[in-house]
Design a protein around this ligand. Structure first.
Ligand code: BGC
Length: 826
């Protein structure tokens, strides 16, 4: 898809500051091109003759991953120590905008002190399906909650002079085949579910940079998507910042530039510069496009000019930051069950701690967000420090799932001696990783067996769960108490202990729905898209938007969480500005309540979810006291995307205003008439029955096609054609060359083999790094050692011409060596 758009909607000629315009005017075409891709894996180019220095970009969303030596985008090589805060999935449960902003500030302080100009986070993709491997890095199934919290994190980070980078724009909701998958999504789901949080982060967070996703959306790579980048991001939302590719996520550099993607990362050692220069010289692209992108880059450099260069030394208060991480975890951990008030522990109770996670915590996920923590607390250590009367500790199970009877026996014996058993279970680190989706929603069998055995000898069992996502809990009926710590960062264990001892009253509430079984998830049968496409047939019906139609399928609803106290709600008042009501703490503990505002359109010509979150507030109320709180309406409260007119609109009519303690615990209701417009459906409702009144999990291909108003592309790879630049190693299974097929079969054989012999990390690595790697990725991720022409040689081999391909590669290699890479880069 070639684009000719010429409107420059970021820094316009009018708004480019003089000093930047002057700098740009002094740059040669080659220098401009060189500024638009990395100097190396993490830095942008510098041009000393003009005093232009490199910018340092580093992950990530919950702690700084600044690599000093070997660089990678999967968190494999070590990075400088930094505070590992709780991951996004965890902090989302705090529903606390101020707290998240504070965390952003601390991230900003650390990033600045480590010489990082751009922090690659927050990641705000919507949790479409609980098995997405990166859900631990994302906030919620709900765009409003995601947007509010992520905008706060961005404000915090940027208040320290560091630029945040919101990612991955957009519709990046699975890890399987993430660099090539084509997400097929209808316009309303795109706007109302998948883009809204980005819009909020742009408008309310004033984020300075944005990372495009690897995948395609309705056929076009995110990084080249003019509609998403130029039209929506820049023109509609007014984003004036820098757009950067995900690492290796540039497909066609020129189409990317035309769509207003500014910076390609990591560097390709001049390969991309040559493409840009050639495109200008041939007239395919006007030099003004480069000027625009370079201006945005220089503007960013100016905005982050307080950052010291290349600082690898820690110069922040490590202890104080650890305390902040603990406090954030305390606000985010969710008490799911507490029958008979088993928690908090009573003074003098004899406690057994069981579970490997108690001595070696699960506190973050794997991949590019992996932080090298400054210190790590363990539950065992924290419990001892807190003076819990321990009768002992047993690991109870093998961390990576192997059955071990003797570990189990020892744990059972210990449990018999205790008044209360704390059982620490969850998912191991290889189960939640970037680049991979989870194969199922269960906990390891050996942990469940242990749970059953312990429960039969000591029913006073408190399950402490550590994982960054929703899991099935078929065993929940057999245990009295469950505390979900999520991935609570380096100080998480201290936070857990403070909650179980009652020093802190739990106040987190779930930012995602827990279905009873994975099969109940609306996208279950279509997730992940495995070959060419991922069809988002459920449209708007993600999370509670779906489960509200089928409440019987839910274990824990969106917005749910317990406290040691209880709250009552009364006296709802509605005005043009918002809603106010009284919350009373009716229990014996001081505590915090998260009240949620949902809105429902009573009669509509469009299909709509039962209700949608439009506001929330977290308040501290002392035992026995009450407080009147106010939740404002805003531009998101009543809007709906009008597909026919391609605009946001308010449908006139009667709305129900719902205030609740969770999405299924609505305490107050009122009606509100909203003036607006008539919004019509572009499609005949009679042909969209599943969406209007049926089951959006059972949408047929025909019905979805009708919603999409266009023929659907095949969801399978086209096995008849030759392999091309954007095809993946996985597609070599049907390559013409038997050599390529052999390579594929080796790569295909290794992960299950490694898993069988217990080397799960190695298995994951192959899946992450090779299996779904497109040929273009080889050129983009090897620092310019392999260029496009050489990758084409590989394709010639894969397509059945072995010797011709080898000859081509050797010829291109010699050419590349002779050209001496890019001279102006040295
Ligand atoms: C991830 C990004 C990350 C980048 C750099 C990519 O693989 O998708 O989220 O920021 O690597 O590490």
């Amino acid at each position: 898809m070639k684009q000719t758009a010429s409107t420059f909607t970021g820094l316009t000629d009018m708004t480019v500051p003089n000093d930047i315009a002057k700098l740009v005017a002094q740059l040669s075409l080659e220098e401009k091109a060189s500024l638009l891709s990395g100097k190396n894996f993490w830095e942008t180019m510098d041009i000393p003759r003009l005093g232009i220095s490199s910018l340092f970009l580093a992950d990530g969303p919950h702690g700084i991953r600044k690599q000093q030596a070997a660089a990678d985008h999967l968190g494999l090589n070590v990075s400088v120590p930094a505070t590992c805060f709780p991951t996004a999935a965890t902090i989302a449960n705090s529903w606390d905008v101020k707290l998240v902003e504070q965390m952003g500030k601390y991230l900003g302080v650390e990033a600045r002190s480590l010489g990082v100009n751009v922090l690659l986070g927050p990641g705000i993709n919507i949790k479409r399906n609980p098995l997405c491997g990166r859900n631990f890095e994302y906030y919620s199934e709900d765009p409003y909650l995601t947007g509010k919290l992520a905008a706060a994190l961005v404000r915090g980070i940027q208040s320290e002079g560091v630029a945040a980078c919101v990612k991955h724009y957009a519709v990046n909701n699975q890890e399987t085949n993430r660099m090539a998958i084509n997400a097929i999504v209808d316009e309303r789901a795109l706007r109302e579910i998948y883009l809204t949080a980005f819009e909020m982060v742009v408008k309310e967070g004033a984020v300075q940079t944005l990372m495009t996703a690897y995948n395609r959306i309705n056929g076009v790579y995110a990084n080249e998507h003019s509609y998403l980048l130029r039209q929506i991001l820049r023109e509609e939302w007014g984003f004036t910042g820098l757009v950067v590719t995900d690492w290796g996520g540039s497909n066609d550099r020129i189409d990317g530039l035309l769509a207003s993607s500014d910076l390609e990362m990591p560097g390709t050692n001049g390969e991309s510069d040559r493409e840009l220069v050639a495109a200008v010289q041939s007239g395919r692209v006007a030099e003004s496009y480069l000027d625009e992108s370079v201006s945005r880059l220089l503007y960013l450099a100016k905005n982050t000019s307080r950052i010291p260069e290349n600082n690898h030394e820690i110069s922040f208060d490590v202890r104080a930051h650890h305390e902040v991480a603990r406090h954030i975890a305390e606000e985010s951990i969710v008490l799911l069950k507490n029958q008979g008030n088993l928690l908090p522990l009573q003074k003098g109770q004899r406690v057994a701690i069981i579970g490997d996670f108690a001595r070696s915590p699960r506190y973050q996920g794997a991949g590019s967000s992996n932080v090298n923590p400054t210190q790590i607390s363990t539950l065992l250590g924290a419990a001892q420090q807190a003076g819990i009367q321990l009768v002992g500790f047993e690991p109870g199970y093998e961390r990576y799932g192997k059955r071990n009877q003797s570990l189990q026996k020892r744990a059972i014996n210990l449990a018999k001696k205790a008044d209360v058993v704390l059982l620490c279970i969850g998912l191991d680190e290889a189960s939640e990783a970037e680049g991979l989706d989870r194969p199922h929603m269960r906990l390891p069998d050996n942990q469940i067996e242990l749970l059953g055995a312990l429960q039969s000898v000591n029913p006073a069992l408190v399950v402490i769960l550590s994982c960054g996502c929703a899991v099935e809990m078929p065993w929940i009926g057999t245990v009295p108490a469950v505390l979900h710590a999520y991935l609570s960062g380096q100080a998480g264990a201290e936070a857990i202990v403070n909650i179980i001892t009652g020093k802190v009253n739990p106040s987190g509430k779930l930012a995602e729905t827990y279905p009873l079984r994975y099969e109940e998830v609306p996208s279950a049968t279509l997730f992940p898209g495995k070959e060419a496409t991922a069809e988002y047939r459920e449209s708007l019906f993600v999370g509670y938007r779906y489960f509200d139609r089928f409440p019987e399928k839910v274990l824990f609803p969106f917005g749910y969480g317990l406290s040691y106290t209880s709250f009552s709600y009364r006296d709802l008042q509605i005005s043009e500005e918002g809603v106010s009501f009284v919350i009373q703490n009716t229990g014996r503990w001081d505590g915090k309540e998260i009240a949620q505002l949902y809105v429902r359109k009573k009669a509509s010509s469009l299909f709509r979810p039962e209700k949608e979150l439009k506001g929330f507030i977290k308040v501290f109320i002392k035992a026995g006291e009450e407080q009147r709180v106010f939740i404002p309406f805003d531009e998101y409260t009543f809007r709906v995307f009008d597909v026919l007119n391609k605009t946001w609109s308010v449908e006139e009519g009667e709305y129900e205003i719902l205030v609740g303690a969770s999405s299924r615990d609505i305490r107050l209701r009122g009606n509100w008439y909203k003036k607006g417009h008539m919004v019509l459906s572009p499609c005949d409702p009679a042909s969209l029955i599943s969406y209007y009144t049926g089951d959006p999990a059972r949408v047929s291909r025909e019905e979805f096609q009708y919603l999409m108003e266009a023929p659907l592309p095949s969801d399978r790879w086209d096995r008849t054609r030759s392999l091309s630049y954007n095809d993946t190693v996985a597609q070599c299974q049907y390559a013409k060359s038997c050599f390529a097929r052999l390579v594929f079969h080796i790569i295909d054989f290794l992960p299950p083999f490694f898993r069988k012999i217990g080397m799960r990390n190695q298995a994951n690595l192959i899946m992450m790094s090779f299996y779904y790697m497109p040929f273009r990725g080889i050129t983009k991720m090897m620092g310019g050692m392999v260029n496009r022409a050489m990758a084409e040689g590989l394709l010639v081999i894969a397509n059945g011409h072995f010797f011709k391909g080898i000859k081509h590669i050797v010829k291109e290699y010699i050419k590349l060596r002779k050209a001496g890479y890019a001279k102006y880069r040295t």
